[in-house]
Design a protein. Sequence first.
Length: 114
Amino acid sequence: MEWESESIDVGDSSFLSTPPPHVAERMSKQPECRLLWAVLQEGIETYMQYAHATNRRGKRLFAEAEQWILQDDPTWLCSVVSICHVVGLEPEYLRAGLQRWRTRVNLPALKQAA
């Protein structure tokens, strides 16, 4: 996939607000891709927003988003695997980007604790 060779910085908000060019092209040709992109965008935003939550609600929302992102269920239309397949992203690549983002964001907190 062409986009895979480029660097995806999931922590950059432009990734969420502006889809990659090949995704934008699919969205213009297939309106259902726009809806699936919105579902993916919402899941990633929830994951990122609540990654460091300390209250019960925030921790629950993060856990639900993380479970959804990590689940490998190709039979459900709104699973990450299915959405990535439709819009042309590699789910493992996306997941790895989120893991890198979370590690980067956690590093300053760990340095302060030391």
